[in-house]
Design a protein around this ligand. Sequence first.
Ligand code: C5P
Length: 411
Amino acid sequence: MIGGKRILLIVSGGIAAYKSLELIRRLRERDAQVRCVLTAAGAQFVTPLSLAALSEDKVYQELFSLTDEAEMGHIELSRDADLLVVAPASADILAKMPHGQANDLASTALLATDKDVLVAPAMNVRMWHHPATQANLETLRQRGVHVVGPNEGAMACGEFGLGRMAEPAEILAAIENCLSPRGSLTGYRALVTSGPTYEPIDPVRYIANRSSGIQGHAIATALAAQGAETILVSGPTQLPDPPGVQVHHVQTAAEMNHACEASLPVDVAVCAAAVADWRVAATAEQKIKKGGKGPQSLTLTTNPDILHNLSHHPDRRPSLVVGFAAETERVVEQAVEKRARKGCDWILANDVSSGTGTFGGQENAVHFIRAADQESWPRMSKAQVAERLTQKIVAHFAPDTDSTPVTESAT
Ligand code: C5P
């Protein structure tokens, strides 16, 4: 748990630094001690005063400052912390870290530590995808550095893609995971499906849908943060693998079904993937030519229904099976029917009609439905939905556990 832990929060340069203010607030609410190091670039985006006011501590900026070094030298700064968090982690600091550069207070504290380090990258999409950044991240991962995010979305620079810093709630969950890997779901095994499936027509064409995988990945992240041994079976997405989660990448519904089956037994299964209902009956081995004999129609055949299969598994049914119902009309009514039809225990229904921005967006408004009761949750980030669902799962398995919700109560 976070309470009483000491976090050294390094704020490097990026517009996402404003979200770090919210992160500090949430950490303080949970009684964590937060001490901030602000880089010169970071100070272009947030002021030391804001960080000091929220962290209720002095903010450290200079490597060669007589007063800072006298009060708390760079070695003590990291020695004194339980965890170092870099949020936002700019491409620059992520390049310094693998090379052991130590030319300012932040990079020196990071080199001088033997504590766990969590980074929340934030940068332009092309900077993120650059092989240099990816190689740096890979080195850091291999050295045991924890990574949360980045997420996909619109960027301050006007572009769209991967590079947005993870939301404060996601960083909080990752911090919790780093600090207390033995969470309330320790000893439980969880299976999550996420993303779309690609159903091939021929070697170059496929049938797919607009699922981003954001919700499913967030659920896997939140379950792992509570200590569950988490298996994520994911269709093709743009998202990074969540930290501490065993990920199986698949393309088709049949592969997803097979990977889920191979993951059993699990205690809880959450089916958040947008699985294609049909596939092409006979995938062409060669590219279908458009001229002459090209097909005027495709013959489709039904895909396995993974949620249904798990819910009716003859000998290894997970004790809790959770499904999603994406509807465009009569959302709750249809979801209630779907819960019965699929045989799952709980269903989260969401309105995906055009204009809601749910598909591909960062937010979701869901109705939580089980046999005995139902709740309508207000619109919140998908990370918060994931945390709230995880708290329900924790309560289901360990009703007496006094697990502190990591989301603010939103009802
Ligand atoms: O039937 P529908 O696709 O609306 O049901 C949605 C729920 O069923 C989601 O939880 C989805 O992950 C799951 N599903 C599945 N396998 C399928 C189709 C849907 O697991 N082939």
